[in-house]
Design a protein around this ligand. Structure first.
Ligand code: ATP
Length: 343
């Protein structure tokens, strides 16, 4: 039983005086899809979400839900369920009452209401906590109540604004897996705001990468990582070594076997050894930093030309090299990914 629906942002924009918070955003979220709005602080994520919710009036453009234009519809009539960063639970209402709130307002009869609240409590593993007040809950439990309150009304679209930002790393990871499971199970169309690229990668069907009010790229986590559309996307999502390549050389003289243009080389594509560099796609330097990450080792290689090259390799890297060691970095032609020319 789901009422999820396609959401379309058509040239959606918002200005504040001379500031453009969101510039002509075109985005379609398919029914049952989870799209993350990802970008640094101030890029317009929250403004976009709040326009969809009906809390901020757009300066231009349209919002369509199930094909219906809801751009000027009041927030409470939009059939959206929103979860705020602060949870915004009613402090004087119990867990069950908080979850039931939206159903009551919609005049859902009591027996039906009780069944739907109980189902949400079970789905969110909140059994036994129904009578507690929000202040008697942990951050993670409060977060789940906020999600329950938004989902129980069976909204056409779920809007989440950094819902895990108050949770510690471990709880955050557990909760986002739960949310993803629930979202997939219920087939909910979802817009999820985050500035955390790892979170966006882990949870999304597609990521909308935003920068300075603009949508820079829309794609699956793999697409935005492996085929970044712009320099901003390449450096915001994951780590990147960037070269300006021309006629087989980088701007700082590194011999490159790859196309001309701006090239992205991911640190995990680089291997280190102690043989001399010969030919293209190999360059020598001095190991400056070695950081053990648990899953591997990250190295900074200070190249003889002055540039710092980021390298990520197996944990054993730290057995072969020390800060101060000479090393050669190598990579394959296919590891140099050209950015489309930025116009
Ligand atoms: N009420 C307002 N008046 C003037 N400028 C505003 C207003 N609200 C937002 N802005 C500006 O619009 C831009 C986008 O803000 P928004 O809150 O959407 O960013 P965000 O990506 O959600 O950032 P954060 O991750 O920090 O919440 C920012 O430059 C912000 O200063």
């Amino acid at each position: 039983m789901t009422s999820s629906a396609e959401l379309v942002l058509d040239g959606l924009a918002r200005r504040y005086g001379s500031t453009t918070a969101v510039a002509r955003m075109d985005l379609t979220v398919a029914a049952g899809e989870l799209v993350a709005l990802l970008g640094p602080s101030g890029c317009g994520k929250t403004t976009t979400l709040r326009m969809v919710a009906g809390f901020i009036e757009p300066s231009a453009g349209r919002i369509l839900l199930r094909g219906q234009d809801i751009t000027t519809m009041p927030a409470h009539r939009r059939d959206t369920g929103m979860v705020f960063q602060s949870y915004a639970l009613f402090p004087h209402l119990s867990v069950a009452e908080n979850i039931a709130f939206g159903l009551k307002r919609r005049g859902v009869p009591k027996p039906d209401l009780a069944v739907r609240v109980a189902r949400m409590v079970a789905l969110l593993k909140l059994q036994g906590l129904e009578a507690r007040l929000p202040r008697q809950l942990s951050g993670g439990q409060q977060q789940r109540v906020a999600v329950g309150r938004a989902l129980v009304i069976n909204p056409a679209v779920v809007l989440l604004d950094e819902p895990f930002s108050n949770l510690d790393a471990l709880l955050r990871e557990g909760t986002r897996i739960e949310l993803r499971r629930l979202q997939t199970e219920l087939g909910l169309t979802t817009l999820f705001v985050t500035h955390d690229q790892a979170e966006a990668m882990a949870i999304s069907d597609r990521i909308a990468v935003m920068n300075q009010g603009r949508l820079e790229q829309l794609g699956t986590p793999r697409e935005v990582y492996e085929r970044p559309a712009t320099r901003f996307v390449a450096t915001f999502i994951g780590r990147a070594n960037l070269f300006a390549s021309r006629d087989g050389r980088s701007e700082d003289g590194i011999p490159l076997d790859g196309p001309d243009g701006t090239l992205v080389l991911r640190p995990e594509r680089v291997v280190l050894d102690d043989a001399p560099a010969a030919g293209p796609n190999a360059v020598s330097g001095t190991v400056e930093v070695l950081s053990f990450l648990g899953t591997g080792t990250q190295a900074v290689l200070r190249l003889d030309g002055g540039r710092a090259l980021l390298v990520e390799g197996p944990a054993a890297l730290a057995d072969h090299f020390r800060p101060g060691s000479r090393a050669t970095a190598r990579w394959m032609r296919a590891d140099l990914v050209a950015l489309p020319a930025e116009g």
